[in-house]
Write a protein that binds this ligand. Structure first.
Ligand code: PMP
Length: 404
């Protein structure tokens, strides 16, 4: 196949999005006004489709730490952790993660994507067995694929299906790697981690959890869903990102196995890329401190999530999961999804439009994600916009109330 064939294939992917009005790549945030508002075109818009769960991107302590790091250590490291790119700030942040989790090992990577790639390419070899949740993020699939391991998916959030697949592996289940996420970012549903972990351990498999969307958001101390499920002492690897609750760029992996550190010698996505910039590390470190010391952020986030979930349900919208910081509205067709998405934007509300194949089930999703920094007035404005753009949803709600 030639390069021009490849371009034709890419153009086909673009065309599959439908008309220009369903193309999310055309959205540019012209000016960022705050952690919950931006100018899109010339319209001030409430952002309810980010991953800024704790709303820390404009937090004074985070900005101050990023700015101090920028001025004291420069704009970039210009090198790999393996060479000139290991600064004291990288090592200090790794220690902070290890201490926060109470584990011997933590590693920092340049993005969340590279964290999963780096861990999986570091520990898997051709022929190794992996059983992963079917809704796993692309970087988990990519890490498995590039490593050459044999991987197969269990049905999303279905512990019995995991058990079936491990049983079928026979002796090879021992030493296999089972992978799940905490909070799934498209549907906003959470994994039954205690059950998945128990099954993995029963078969002698390792267990890895990606807490990209759940770190800072779940668990008494904000450590994520592994903390909430009470499995911190059993899970083998936890990965996460700085690009969501931690309001920065980069990623982390923690492990109860001290050998995690050996990845520094053999993980290509860790070695063959520049280390995160001092400003990114400064921001992430200050945001981590906020997760540790400001539980009110998590409380605000949950209050906002509950208000939006209640408001959209009462307005007749079909929501994909119980309340969580990600609230996915199911829409019957991609055309209707694109229409509502655009209409919301005209009313000054930005959500994520998710179309197949990115939408894991059904025709389309309007993905709303909350921030601790949203005000109740903003949440009410979002609900009002949803009611205005799809009055038929309200009619459905009224009918179902009348029928009860
Ligand atoms: N894991 C999951 C579950 C994600 O959703 C994402 C990004 N959306 C990543 C990893 C990658 O993180 P990053 O954007 O920081 O590279």
């Amino acid at each position: 196949m030639s390069i021009s064939d490849r371009f034709a294939e890419l153009a086909h992917l673009r065309d599959a999005l439908g008309a220009e009005e369903a193309d999310p790549t055309r959205i540019v945030m012209e000016r960022i006004l705050s952690s919950t508002e931006a100018m899109i075109g010339n319209r001030p818009t409430i952002l309810v489709g980010t991953n800024n769960y704790l709303g820390l991107t404009f937090d004074p302590a985070v900005l101050e730490a990023a700015s101090a790091a920028l001025h004291e250590q420069g704009s970039g490291t210009t090198g790999s952790r393996m060479a000139n790119g290991s600064f004291a700030c990288h090592a200090a942040l790794e220690r902070a993660f290890a201490d926060f989790y109470g584990v011997p090992s933590a590693m920092v990577f340049s993005t969340g994507y590279q964290t999963n790639l780096g861990l999986l390419m570091g520990i898997l070899r051709p022929g190794d067995k992996v059983v992963l949740d079917s809704h796993s993020h692309a970087c988990i699939y990519d890490g498995c694929r590039i490593s050459g391991a044999d991987f197969l998916a269990f049905r999303h959030n279905d512990p019995e299906d995991l058990r079936k697949r491990l049983r079928r592996l026979g002796d090879e289940a021992k030493g296999a790697l089972v992978i799940a996420e905490g909070l799934y970012s498209m549907l906003g549903d959470t994994a039954p981690l205690a059950e998945l972990c128990a099954i993995a351990k029963e078969y002698g498999a390792w267990f890895m959890v990606d807490e990209a969307h759940s770190f800072g958001v779940y668990g008494e101390r904000g450590l994520g869903l592994c903390e909430e499920a009470g499995i911190l002492d059993q899970v083998d690897f936890i990965t996460g990102t700085f690009s969501k609750s931690l309001a920065s760029l980069g990623g982390f992996c923690v492990s109860r196995h001290p050998e995690l550190q050996l990845l520094r010698y053999g993980s290509r996505p860790y070695i063959f890329t520049a280390s995160p910039s001092p400003a990114s590390i400064g921001a992430a470190a200050a945001a981590l401190e906020a997760v540790r010391t400001r539980p009110e952020l998590k409380a605000n986030l949950w209050a906002n999530a509950t208000r939006l979930h209640d408001g959209l349900s009462a307005a007749g919208y079909e929501l994909a999961a119980p309340v969580s910081p990600v609230i996915a509205v199911r829409v019957p067709s991609r055309e209707e999804g694109a229409r509502i998405w655009n209409a919301l934007m005209e009313h000054g509300v930005y959500v994520n439009l998710v179309l197949p194949p990115a939408a894991p089930e059904g025709a389309a999703l309007l993905r709303c994600s909350l921030s601790a920094a949203h005000s109740f007035d903003q949440i009410d404005a979002i609900i009002a916009a949803f009611k205005t753009v799809a009055p038929e949803a309200a009619t459905r709600a009224a009918q179902s109330t009348a029928a009860q």
